[in-house]
Design a binder for this molecule. Structure first.
Ligand SMILES: *Cc1c(COP(=O)(O)O)cnc(C)c1O
Length: 392
């Protein structure tokens, strides 16, 4: 296989070797079903509880408040449907933003069909949720606000603490999808005033198919998966033991890495180099997302007069993996709902390209992109009638 330059780390990350090592015994030797009453099972159960403590510490929660799930999608579904179904006597109104991940948006669209009323808040040109609109949209029958911590496509960081305060003062539950925030910025559920928070292992060097939902003690929620008495009756199903152990280790490592200025500076420096290089070498490029309030691994741009997808194909020839938006949108002809919510016209939104770096990204990889991309763009632009007329 050709050397891969992987710059699609908001879609998934390479597992950290230390995470993999921590998991292996639980795929091989310690295979007992943790629900067993014999010692062999209890040993496994004990390790699950240790992993729960690690996840809790990472979020500044208590272990009691952590439920393991199959990932970000399930955590979002659980939080939203769980609150909706448990609190429908109080009301049927839910508030969210127009730039959420599809795991949140489509769950809410499903609830809309079930008779819930959803308000989709607008965002400004950087993707920051309109706080005044949020305040105005809260009603007597509002039961939940769900707004993401960091956006997966453009990287914008939302004012979660402020939104949490508003939710609390109005006695409304607050959920945040922190899947893109975990491992990139500090998460403290106490400081943020959140009641529910989703994370997913594979977005921060953990394994795929494991995640967690923080549910603050006292929150009224219904399970979504029914079955056995796992996870204190909140989430049925035999535990993904190796995944849980891996998630615990990934949280531990993420906590260390967040304090490691070397890792932080390297990633930021490479992202800045990529951004600066692209703007210098390619005319008519727009950078999306907030200039400062942005996770520092994400660069989303619109290259005018071409389609993001056609650039992706050119990059793919060179072994460079990037994205034209979210993994879930690719394959559809509609431009990203996030970019449209920023107010970008369709023609420009179609030219979007997302590079997302990891702690493993190397300078040569960025240099290679800067070497390949300008030529690829020029080639495609030469074929575009719009480029010659500069119509947009
Ligand atoms: C990836 C992602 C999800 C979905 O997580 P999975 O573990 O892949 O199901 C949800 N929200 C955001 C913001 C994401 O980036």
């Amino acid at each position: 296989m050709k050397k891969i330059i992987y710059l699609d780390n908001n879609a998934t990350t390479r597992i950290d070797k230390r995470v993999l090592q921590s998991m292996l015994p639980y795929l091989e030797e310690y295979y007992a079903n943790p629900s067993g009453i014999y010692y062999f099972a209890q040993e496994v159960k004990k390790e699950i509880e240790k992993a729960r403590e690690k996840v809790a510490k990472f979020l500044n929660a208590t272990p009691f408040e952590i439920i393991f799930t199959s990932g970000g999608t399930e955590s979002d579904n659980f939080a939203i449907k769980g609150i909706a179904f448990a609190n429908r006597e109080k009301g049927k109104h839910i508030i969210t933003s127009s730039i959420e991940h599809h795991a949140v948006l489509n769950t809410l669209k499903y609830l809309e069909k079930q008779g819930f009323e959803i308000t989709f808040l607008p965002v400004d040109k950087y993707g920051i949720v309109d706080i005044d609109a949020l305040k105005e949209s809260i009603r007597k029958d509002t039961i939940l606000i769900s707004i993401m911590y960091a956006n997966n496509e453009i990287g914008t960081i939302e004012p979660i603490k402020e939104i949490g305060e508003i939710a609390r003062n109005n006695n409304v539950y607050f959920h945040t999808d922190a899947v893109q925030a975990a491992g990139k910025i500090k998460i403290d559920v106490k400081e943020l005033n959140v009641d529910l928070l989703s994370i997913s292992g594979h977005k921060f060097y953990g394994p795929k198919g494991i995640g967690a939902l923080f549910i603050r003690k006292g929150v009224k929620i219904e399970p979504v998966l029914h079955g056995g008495h796992h996870e204190r009756n909140q989430r049925a199903g035999t535990e993904n033991v190796a995944g849980i152990i891996g998630l615990g280790r990934a949280c531990e490592i993420a906590e260390e890495d967040l304090k490691n200025t070397e890792i932080k500076n390297k990633k930021k420096k490479l992202k800045d180099k990529l951004e600066k290089g692209i703007l210098e070498k390619i005319p008519e490029v727009i950078v999306n997302g907030h200039p400062e309030k942005r996770i520092d691994n994400t660069l989303n741009i619109c290259i005018k007069y071409i389609e993001g997808e056609s650039i992706l194909i050119q990059l793919d020839f060179e072994g460079i993996c990037a994205s034209s938006g979210s993994a879930c949108t690719s394959g559809s002809l509609e431009p990203s709902h996030v970019l449209l919510a920023l107010g970008l016209p369709h023609e420009i939104a179609h030219g979007s390209l997302r590079f997302s770096l990891s702690k493993y990204t190397e300078e040569e990889e960025i240099d290679k992109v800067l070497e390949v991309l300008p030529g690829a763009v020029q080639k495609l632009r030469n074929l575009s009638p719009f480029w010659k007329e500069k119509k947009i």
